[in-house]
Each structure stands twice: as C-alpha cells, then as structure tokens.
Design a binder for this molecule. Structure first.
Ligand SMILES: Cc1cc2nc3c(=O)[nH]c(=O)nc-3n(C[C@H](O)[C@H](O)[C@H](O)COP(=O)(O)O)c2cc1C
Length: 336
C-alpha cells in the first residue's frame, strides 16, 4: 500500500510524516525540536530575537539528540535588522538546511537565506502575501488561519484560506491553525495541503519549554476561551495581533481588543528571566526560566486548545496523529 501520508513536503524536508512543529519563540527549544524530528515529524527551533550564541548552541543540542533534519524559525519583521543578519549568519555557519520565516514578507531575507544555500518556508496569513513570498523565492508556504495560537496575521479560518492559497500557488502549502489530530491532518490533505504545522499541540508537550502554568491553562481551556487582540504589544511592531487564552488581563480589556500601541503602554514589571524584566502587555509568554506573576503574561494558544486534554511526549503526539490519520483514511476507503 502506498503511504498517503508521505507527501512532497516529506521529500523536500527529509521527514517521514508531514507534521511540522511550529517554531514557537521561547517554547520550542532543542528538547522539543529534537523529539519531534526523532519521531518522524519535522522539528523547528523557535529562535525569534535570540542571540547568535544561543542559536548556535541550540542547533548543536538538537544534533546531539537526533540525526534527523529540523529547521530554525526567525521573524525578520519583528527583529532588529542587525540582529536578524547575525541570526541568519549563525544559521548559515551551523549548516542549517531550512529556515521558517513568519509575518510580513521581507524579500531580502529570503534572498540572503537562499543565497546561503538554505530552504525558506514562509508562514503567512493571506494569499497576496503568499504570492509575494513565492515570487521572492520561498520553497513552501505555511497558510496560517485566524484560529491559530500566537501571533496571527490572517482574518479567515484555515479551512477557507488553505484551498484558495493552494489554487493560486505552485509551491507546496502546509496548513496551520487548528491542526492537532489525525483527523485534521486528513482534512488538510483533502484541502490540498502537503502537511500540517502544529503549535498549540506541541506547546502542551512534555518537552516544550513553556511554564507549567501555561501548559495547565491549555488543558483547561475550551474552544471559546481564546482572545484575538493586539494588546500584548511590547516587543513587536504596532498592530501585531495575537491569539491568547483568556485570563484576568484579557478580561480587563473589556470590548476593546484592538488599537494598542507598544510605544505608549506603561512599563509594569511582572516578573523576570535571568535578570531581564518581564513587562505586562509584552509578547513574552511564561517559560520555565521565568519567575513572577506569570499568569498575567500572554498565554499564547489556538482555538484547538479545547481538543487537548493531556501533556504527552512530543513523540507520542506525532505517533497519535499518524495512527489516527491512517485509521481514518482506511475507514473512508472502506465506505461504499
Ligand atoms: C506559544 C506559541 C508561540 C508561538 N511563537 C511563534 C514564533 O515565535 N514564530 C512563529 O513563526 N510562530 C509562532 N507561533 C505561531 C505558530 O507558528 C502557528 O502559527 C500556530 O501555533 C498554529 O496554530 P495552532 O496553535 O492552532 O497549532 C506561536 C504559537 C504559539 C501557540
């Protein structure tokens, strides 16, 4: 039997299953990326605004745990250009094969990464942006729907965005936002995707570097308990919305979820990480290395949080998605 789950994205990236782990800043360190890749998925280090030294050591740490391929996530539009160049140079020097970019399309970032011999996958939330990234030389696009956790550019759901993006592009498209099960993998393939990209599902894994308060909140949330807002604004350009779990902070916004400006938000320290202050309304989310009033920070998570009921190992999550997808494909094939 040919394996329906082995797609062109597996060929492109060298993984066994078309299950990409989102490169979540702070959360997706070497433990998580290595565990996903080792299980046959495609791990990714979340390295937004990290130092070249940390990027180099995290890449080495993944290689110490697995010989399977993985990627590094960077965000050109949310990073000081000088630091971004250094981050990219760290990836090149370490021989990284694939970088995953997010947010606004920065054609020069694609050009530099490609010239250095790396593959570029761009996560985007609109068809026009995806066409721009394709024109700039991207090798694949991740189509992010509005139900996704973390920063969210799109204003339509992945179910609607995905087939329309697939119809317009000639490079492979990967589905993101709301994918955490085998059933959703089959649905994504049916809609023309070559794979899925999962954030929230792996945020709630044993290997994720998220603080237990964040993981626990994911387990307790239902599909209706996320908020789409640009109030968590400090560290990113103005007008960069996120999806977070509802908490006292989002309740305090009342009906005003949008229109916040990082430049005018008063700096109130709510915690610290290695001497670095953590500000209320920043884009920092609770990590194991942080102390303070962490449940006031941004609890990034997608609407799919309502589907997650336990903290599993990343390898078990990959296996569960694959097993369920195979069962569903078999059942669909057996129907008259
Ligand atoms: C905790 C968290 C942190 C995230 N950080 C990043 C990031 O640093 N870079 C990035 O490209 N995407 C980031 N995202 C967004 C993911 O790439 C992806 O779009 C999203 O998780 C997909 O939706 P899902 O959460 O329903 O799986 C983050 C998502 C979460 C949940």
């Amino acid at each position: 039997m040919s394996d329906t789950l082995y797609t062109s994205i597996c060929d492109l990236l060298g993984c066994s299953y078309p299950i990409l782990q989102a490169g979540m800043g702070g959360v997706a360190r070497s433990e998580l990326a290595a565990a996903v890749s080792e299980a046959g998925g495609y791990g990714c280090l979340g390295m937004v605004r990290e130092s070249p030294a940390l990027i180099a050591s995290e890449i080495a740490a993944v290689r110490g745990k697995t010989d399977k391929p993985f990627a590094v996530n960077l965000i050109p539009a949310a990073t000081d250009p000088a630091l971004f160049d250094e981050e990219l140079a760290a990836c090149t020097e370490a021989g990284v094969e694939t970088v995953v970019f997010f947010w606004d399309v920065v054609p020069t970032a694609v050009e530099i990464a490609k010239a250095a011999g790396m593959r570029v996958i761009y996560q985007l939330g609109s068809i026009d942006q995806a066409l721009d990234a394709e024109a700039a030389g991207a090798d694949a696009i991740i189509a992010q729907g509005v139900e996704a956790g973390g920063h969210v550019h799109s204003n339509v759901t992945s179910m609607v965005l995905l087939p329309q993006m697939v119809a317009k592009l000639s490079i492979p498209v990967i589905a993101s936002g709301g994918f955490a099960s085998g059933a959703s993998l089959v649905a994504a393939l049916a809609l023309g995707a070559k794979g899925i990209h999962c954030g929230t599902a792996f945020l709630a894994s044993i290997e994720s570097f998220a603080h237990s308060v964040h993981k626990q909140n994911v387990l307790e949330a239902n599909a209706h308990q996320t908020v789409h807002t640009d109030a968590f604004a400090i560290n990113w350009p103005k007008g960069s919305p996120v999806r977070v779990l509802a908490n006292d902070m989002t309740d305090s916004l009342g009906d005003r979820h949008f229109g916040y400006d990082p430049a005018t938000i008063q700096r109130e320290v709510v915690g610290e990480e290695d001497g670095r202050p953590l500000y209320l309304w920043s884009t920092d989310s609770p990590l194991q290395s942080m102390t303070g009033d962490l449940d006031r920070l941004a609890m990034f998570a997608g609407q799919v949080a309502g589907q997650i009921s336990g903290i599993e190992s990343a390898g078990a999550i990959v296996t569960a998605i694959v097993t369920e997808a195979r069962e569903i494909i078999e059942k669909l094939g057996a129907r008259q």
